[in-house]
Design a protein. Sequence first.
Length: 466
Amino acid sequence: MAYLNFVLHAHLPFVRHPEHARFLEEEWLYEAITETYIPLLLEFEALERDNLPFRLTMSLTPPLCEMLADELLQTRYANHLDRLRELAEKECSRTKNDPRFAELAAMYRNRFEACHLKFEALGRNLLNGFRHYQRRGNLEIVTCGATHGFLPNLRYAPRNIEAQLEVAVRNYQKHFGVDPWGIWLGECGYYPGLDKNLRDAGLKYFFTDTHGILQGDPPSPKGCYAPVETPAGVYCFARDPESSKAVWSAEEGYPGDWRYREFYRDIGHDLDIDYIAPYIHPMGLRIQTGIKYHRITGKNTEKQPYVEAWALEAANEHAGNFLFNRDLQADHLDPLLGAPANIVCPYDAELFGHWWYEGPRFLGAVLRKAATSAHKVTLASPRDYLGRHPNPPKSEPAFSSWGAGGYADVWLNGTNDWWRKRRPRPARPQPDGPRAPARAILGLGVHHENRNHGGIRREAHQGACS
């Protein structure tokens, strides 16, 4: 047998602009709520309704938690959803005599209505839904650095590292009422010695990319299929490359199937500007509405109309194939390890639904099949594994990140290293000296709500992760 750890990393940069009636980058949050977060909660609800057990892990970062709990953004999302519901009704009228798209327009009308009902049922705060599944034992929520900072770039500013972790823990306590066990390190960025900071913050485990453990000192005899205990007594879990490739790869992974919905064709770009103007940016910028009528079809070919039944059939097939391959892994690894393997499957949460429209249905089908049919893998969380196997190998994980190259090149390279060259290395504060509050160090003051904390990368289908 083997343990299967699904880990969904949910993060968006903090964007809140009360000085503007509508702000373009706030659309990132609204898209993620409609296409990812509510669809995932609806899948969890269906499993709960059918009394089926399931278990997975999810990180909810402090910026995302603050946005989901913010009354202004909640009201603005409700207004955004009302516009989508109105647009979907207009689309039902416009396409009623077009057999290619009439059913699809109705599909979107029903989807937006379901999002509206779920959003209101949760008191407009999606954290209520995620808290519910954590309390039921279905979901293990972990935290993340205060601003999703890439900690290897901050290693010579130790108070900034401490502040990132202090705020991570406090924010988790604020929203979930308990202490976090685990943390998602931004971009899985790790360097030797960071485990001491994690320990001091009260955190018990974290995640790295595969080579973080494979190139550890000493290398773990169990490879990436068991955690390691670091010198500071914190546990490190590493990504399984095989299961990741099946979902992340645009070339070989499931999301590239011809039956799935095409991401880049959207009526916000396709329809006449006079018709679509009330539903795009007020400045006339054509943006995605989320209403897309075409399927992937193939490369360098005219996109054909989307057929929902075909796509859902593909999602069910791929869920079965995913579990079949994890069973094969379990058979292969069991005699080699002499103990159950722990297969960690980390993904950006926004891949499921936003980039890969059918992703939540795929995940729901995997969880459902795992609960209703015999398999050699058991759904578990890192905390579950540590409770059953408390003495993993000891090793110091290597410097590593995920993303292209695996060694932080995406976040520090020849195009942006000027900031490190010009910035003097700060002196380490004296042990008995004054310490600035963590919020002050990170710039989390009263005007923080008006700042855009960086852009979101849109690279899921190129294999990059955030």
